[in-house]
Write a protein that binds this ligand. Sequence first.
Ligand SMILES: [Zn+2]
Length: 243
Amino acid sequence: MNIGFSTGSFHKITANKNSNKVLQYLLKLGCNTVELSSLDISEVQNIQNIDIQLLEKFKYRFLHAPALDFKYDQGKETYRILDKLLELQQKYKFDSIGLHPDRVTDWSVFGDYTHLPLAIENMNSRKNTGKTVEDINILITKYGFKFLFDIQHCFSCDPKGDLADQFYAHLGNDIVEIHISGYKGDNYKHTLSHKNNQENILAKIRDMKLPIVIESPAPSLSEIEKELSYIREFLSKHLHADL
Ligand SMILES: [Zn+2]
């Protein structure tokens, strides 16, 4: 099973979520997939301290580009961040780098960074753009991005789950990574799937070919382990796959 966590899941557990210690722990749990989360620009710098040989033990390695306090445009700061991402990409060879479309005000800047394997993520109900198949399809077609499919975000926009089916139907071949986590009611916040028994989100996963990244934030390592077991067990039954 190609599964693992975003290091963002550890932000309540440790002050340095992008650490060799977190990676070692994930390998111990049997995860073969990881996403290094640098949602805040200050976190990009820390990534370079990750041990390459340790990261290479994961079959799938992803990076999440800054998304919280930053807008991508033609300004100096955007070039500084994209230069840094390029440097990290050359060093660590990530399978893809996740990007939130609502953070981009000028797409032309990415024309100078065609070596970055960018994957556009579909957004949650709180955002104005990047939520529909059309929004994402335009960007994929125009700029050649890959698709980072966040199933929890689909449910935050459409609790019936039809949107998730539409994304699979139209952009299934462009998916390079799947994000999952739970959510409470119509709340967009990521939560632990096992706490809310959130099988509806997990049931949308169609096969185990694509790597799955769990984004649920956990308050302790035991909750990380419970979340992983819950998701693994559900998927192995649902898809008749090996744990
Ligand atoms: Zn996500």
